[in-house]
Design a binder for this molecule. Structure first.
Ligand code: FES
Length: 145
């Protein structure tokens, strides 16, 4: 399966690239297997994500999925962003080749890690939805992805 035109478009023109100084939540995740790293910054006003930026050192699919993930959570509430799944990111991108699905998992994890950091910064326990254990690439490989 080749990359969809939406993936190519987000890869060549990624949205929301950069860094937010004084971000309310910062999440950094990596995939030990491919070595790719994704860092996500959130600006949260009240309960709404008013700004989001990312930096991804990784493959094209990792860049496209982080770009799409930022678009999907911008302007949403923290609670809505917590329901973001890698599947929703993949669907919004009109699909990803199976071998690249783990890249979308990194995007979901980065959003959740940034939200967890937001809770911690506010002296609160991060909600259970921020825990994304079980989404690792070894597991994907076992299932033949
Ligand atoms: Fe690692 Fe894409 S190959 S995130």
């Amino acid at each position: 399966m080749a990359y969809s035109s939406t993936v190519m478009e987000h890869f060549t023109h990624p949205r929301n690239v950069g860094k937010i100084d004084g971000a309310d939540g910062v999440g950094e995740v990596g995939n030990a297997k491919c070595g790719d790293i994704m860092k996500m910054y959130l600006k949260i006003d009240g309960d709404v994500i008013t700004d989001v930026k990312f930096n991804t050192f990784g493959c094209g699919a990792a860049i496209a999925t982080s770009s799409m993930a930022t678009e999907l959570i911008k302007g949403k509430t923290v609670g809505e962003a917590l329901t973001l799944t890698n599947k929703a990111v993949v669907e919004a991108l009109d699909g990803l080749p199976a071998v690249k699905l783990h890249c979308s998992v990194l995007a979901e994890e980065a959003v959740k890690a940034a939200i967890a950091d937001y809770y911690i910064k506010n002296g609160q326990e991060p909600p259970p939805e921020t825990v994304t254990a079980g989404h690792d690439c070894d597991e994907c490989d076992i299932h033949g992805h």
